[in-house]
Design a protein around this ligand. Structure first.
Ligand code: HXC
Length: 517
């Protein structure tokens, strides 16, 4: 039977109009740039047939500047809820075909609505961002609209996971909101993030600069540290978002989902016993250590191109979601600098928010010395790592694989930052500083007065290394819980995690702490 009821036909006609956003011509332009539309993106992101749209009839407010009389259904954003691997999420996808996806009063209303519903239901909120920022013709209303979103980003932080996919030129507020969320995913050649666009820069400074140079994916992945993950295509970014969510619980009161491991938790991983070279100056790949210990194929490195001396990422060990923090001794010897401090501390806090246990692998000669780092505030930035580990109440396990000198020993999940289990490999070197520096300070007079200072320095260095640079000195004093063979590491972590599952912590009541940001 064919529907003839004009009321139903009218609804269908309006829905049809809403589905084409800014019109077929602009959709063709979007496709010509190799980009999907907002609705096509949601189709890829969500489990098939699960998307339910909300407020599709909302239109933009009349243009008080008189630039255009066009009224667009949806006002440049598609909002609603759906499922990812059977779990509910709320979503909003900005539609670049309507005023360049820019934020208006009504668009803000729609986004805030799904954010509020996500919070109320304790499920993640995912933003697909493709926007020129605040809509100029809406003036202060669009700025106020952004403030409404930013406030929610901040207040919901640590309660529900917030994930941002940057799928176009994201300017102004369109970059600030993602910066407040837990993870940003960018697409090479397509995503750009900047506060002020090239047009504005040219008007103000006369400088001609393109999107890529200003805030392309490689800039934010390797230089600014603003983005966390990147892909070569939108489809890959959307599918990456689906897998990322698998490491997170739906909210801060739940635990992350368990997924049966493909690796034997009791396996002795022999390769680990041969990984740390006997010569302490020869580097090795910490990435390989992580790969061997985590359940195969589960390590998802975050910010892999920024501050490469530090490694962070989500993984599974024995089927359980964990956050991995480590140094990479083959990059700058694994030293901790300002960027590494920022990278580690934010990640530790993110894992702690969402009940993701922290596994830390330590191999670092300490903080990077020098006037540049001191003047740029290594004290303030390094303090964040101490703060983050001290504050974190999730199960914390550390493994010292080689160097844990000075500040690096202390900040990297040391026992008295309330780490639950501290392991050291027999190759661990735990001391206030490395032998060369220590001998120069402790025995300067003795070396200078010796008939052969070089020989004497060498003798004392060997003596210091033999006596103090090993894990037994620390273990005798109770500063590590056990010294284990490297091959036992996965098994030890799996059993420790099981023993820590019901960990209970208590902290004095307070409004919130004052992390040295
Ligand atoms: C209104 C805008 C707009 C804006 C783009 N458009 N930005 N409309 N307000 N902010 C419109 C264009 O007029 C055009 O409309 C359509 O969107 C597509 O834009 P194009 O320029 O044709 O596309 P493209 O060449 O891909 O360039 C996209 C862009 C560029 C990089 C986003 O448009 C740009 O630089 N816009 C300004 C970005 C910016 O500086 N925003 C900051 C806003 S301030 P038609 O009708 O032709 O399709 C802000 C502050 C927030 O956000 C507060 C933070 C704390």
């Amino acid at each position: 039977m064919v529907d003839q009821d004009p009321r139903i036909l009218r609804l269908r006609e309006i829905r049809e109009r809403a589905s084409v956003g800014g019109g077929t011509e602009r959709i063709a332009t979007q496709h010509a740039k190799g980009k999907l539309t907002a609705r096509e993106r949601l189709d890829v992101l969500l489990d098939p047939g699960t998307f339910n749209e909300l407020e599709p009839f909302i239109t933009n407010r009349p243009d008080e500047m008189g630039l255009s009389n066009e009224r667009y259904l949806g006002d440049g954003v598609v909002t609603g809820y759906g499922q990812i691997n059977g779990r509910t999420v709320y979503v909003y996808a900005q539609d670049f075909t309507v005023f360049g996806g820019t934020l208006s009063e009504m668009q803000s209303h729609k986004i805030c609505r799904v954010m509020d519903l996500a919070l109320r239901n304790g499920v993640p909120i995912i933003g697909l961002i493709d926007s020129g920022g605040a809509r100029i013709q809406e003036g202060v209303k669009s700025l106020g609209g952004y403030a409404e979103i930013f406030r929610r980003n901040a207040q919901f932080s640590g309660v529900i996971p917030q994930i941002s996919l940057m799928l176009g030129p994201c300017a102004g507020g369109a970059a600030y909101s993602p910066a407040l969320t837990d993870l940003i995913i960018m697409v090479r050649q397509h995503s750009f993030m900047f506060l002020t666009g090239p047009e504005v820069i040219r008007a103000v400074t006369g400088e001609v600069i393109d999107h890529e140079q200003l805030g392309g994916t490689d800039i934010h992945m390797a230089i600014s540290g603003t983005s966390h993950l990147s892909t070569d295509s939108e489809q890959e970014a959307l599918s990456l978002c689906r897998s990322v969510l698998g490491y997170f619980p739906s909210n801060n009161l739940e635990n992350p989902p368990y997924s049966a491991p493909h690796a034997d938790p009791n396996e002795m991983i022999e390769e680990l016993n041969h990984i740390v070279p006997l010569d302490p100056a020869t580097p090795y790949q910490m990435h390989r250590v992580i790969e061997l210990i985590c359940d195969p194929g589960t390590f998802l490195e975050i910010q892999p191109a920024w501050a490469q001396n530090a490694i962070i990422g989500l993984a599974r060990i024995g089927g359980h979601s964990v956050g991995i923090v480590a140094q990479e001794p083959s990059v700058m010897a694994g030293v901790i600098d300002i960027d590494a401090s920022d990278k580690i501390s934010r990640f530790v806090r993110m894992c702690d928010c969402f009940n993701i246990p922290l596994i830390t692998f330590v191999d670092s000669p300490g903080f990077l010395p020098g006037i540049d780092q001191e003047h740029r505030g290594i004290i303030r930035h390094g303090a964040k790592v101490l703060y983050a580990y001290s504050e974190a109440t999730v199960p914390k396990i550390s493994v010292i694989t080689r160097k844990a000198y000075g500040g690096a020993y202390v900040v990297m999940s040391s026992k008295y930052l309330c780490t639950d289990v501290n392991y050291a490999w027999p190759s661990a070197e735990i001391a206030v500083m490395g032998p060369e520096g220590a001998v120069n300070i402790l025995y300067r007079k003795q070396i200078n007065e010796s008939p052969d200072p070089a020989m004497e320095r060498q003798r004392l260095t060997a003596m210091y290394r033999e006596r103090f640079i090993n894990p037994y000195f620390a273990a005798e004093a109770g500063y590590v819980d056990d010294i284990i063979e490297p091959r036992e590491t996965r098994q030890k972590i799996v059993t420790s995690l099981a023993a820590l599952r019901d960990k209970f912590t208590d902290a004095p009541p307070r409004k919130h702490g004052n992390i040295p940001v």
